[in-house]
Design a protein around this ligand. Structure first.
Ligand code: ADP
Ligand code: MG
Length: 349
């Protein structure tokens, strides 16, 4: 196992700069998720860590050693991709043992390691099959088994669940987490799916346009997003955001008065973006008037799409409701719940 550091990493392809100075540390044994929209540079950063792509400048450190000039195969990492990249003509056992065979490990050691990994991943009964005789989830598990067999210092995952259907994705998410809990190998996991990031990570690194927006535990990012980008990226349904003006002790927006959170010291007159999560809007007897547009009961919860002063917003109720389209409901916000951002810079106030 090993700690990992990115030190002022820049990357350009020809003249196109895609990573603009990334700096953070991953502790030994930590499970870190890189999350961000497609094209923000997640795979490029991971591939530089793996040694599959050169850095333009900066240092990559694994286990205390700068590895910029170390070959991928000598970095002691194992990578699992979205496309499982299994050898079609090899059995599951041969696929899982192949990297050790390449390194000329003794046959009985390979057999023991593969048997171990197969037991952990519930693949023992499939070892003689070919990849084409497996389901998508089983293939993904073989790809993970191949990584485990190598007993690397660091596991790298690049969107490993993207090819699976929704139900299997949830199951595999739990399996990968359980695997990490068991092996405690430092893991860097890339996804564009914020729910995957929230549910799996010890810490999340939110990336956007080749830089880091914020790093924190899932709940730190959810409770105190440092800027508007993170606020709207993390959380589902997404945070409601609208423009307002700070007045003494409250924020004026959409023709109504909204509570100003206690920690926010923005001066009266400041133009802000006011953010409130759908679960933090309560339907009450008296409050901010909202017109119901759509009612979506999901059983446990009810999602209301409403309109306030011409602005659409989502309210998640933990109860059932008689509300129908065109009804007027009233909304309240607890003063501790909203988020206020500078209108121009998007930085949390
Ligand atoms: P992500 O994994 O977050 O979707 P990538 O790391 O794949 O993003 O890509 C980041 C940016 O770098 C994108 O604009 C992409 O087009 C560009 N890029 C990635 N690989 C190459 C390459 N080999 N040559 C040129 N541009 C590339
Ligand atoms: Mg990618």
């Amino acid at each position: 196992m090993a700690a990992v550091s990115f030190r002022d990493i820049h990357k350009a392809f020809e003249k196109t700069k895609v990573i603009h100075g990334i700096d953070f540390d991953i502790a030994d044994g930590e499970f870190v998720v890189l999350v961000g929209p497609s094209g923000c540079g997640k795979s490029t950063l991971l591939r530089m860590l793996a040694g599959l792509e050169e850095v333009s400048s900066g240092q990559i450190v694994i286990g205390g050693n700068i590895v910029n000039d170390v070959d991928s195969k000598d970095r002691d990492i194992a990578m699992v991709f979205q496309s499982y990249a299994l050898y079609p003509h090899m059995s599951v056992r041969e696929n899982m043992g192949f990297s050790l065979k390449l390194r000329k490990a003794p046959a009985d050691l390979i057999r023991a390691r593969v048997d171990d990994a197969a037991r952990i991943l519930n693949l023992a009964h499939l070892l003689d099959r070919l990849p084409r005789e497996l389901s998508g989830g089983q293939r993904q598990r073989v790809a993970m088994g191949r990584a485990i067999v190598r007993d690397p210092k660091v596991f790298l995952f690049d969107e490993p669940l993207s090819n699976l259907d929704a139900k299997l994705r949830v199951a595999m998410r739990a399996e990968i987490k359980a695997l990490h809990h068991r092996l405690k190998t430092t893991t860097v996991y890339v996804t564009h799916d914020q729910i995957e990031a929230m549910t799996m990570a010890d810490r999340i690194v939110v990336m956007h346009d080749g830089h880091v927006e914020q790093i924190g535990t899932p709940l730190q990012l959810f409770d105190r997003p440092g800027n508007l980008f993170v606020a709207q990226f993390i959380g589902s349904p997404a945070m409601n955001v609208f423009t307002g003006t700070v007045r003494d002790g409250h924020v004026e927006a959409l023709g109504a008065s909204w509570p100003k959170p206690a920690g926010c010291d923005a001066a009266s007159g400041t133009e802000v973006k006011y953010g409130i999560r759908p679960t933090d809007l309560r339907v009450v007897g008296e409050g901010i008037a909202a017109r119901v547009v759509v009612v979506e009961p999901t059983g446990a919860e009810t999602e209301l799409l409403v309109e306030v002063g011409g602005q659409s917003m989502i309210v998640v109720m933990h109860s059932r409701t008689d509300a129908r389209p065109d009804d007027i409901v009233h909304l309240a916000v607890d003063a501790a719940r909203p988020h206020v951002f500078d209108a121009a810079s998007g930085v949390r106030l």
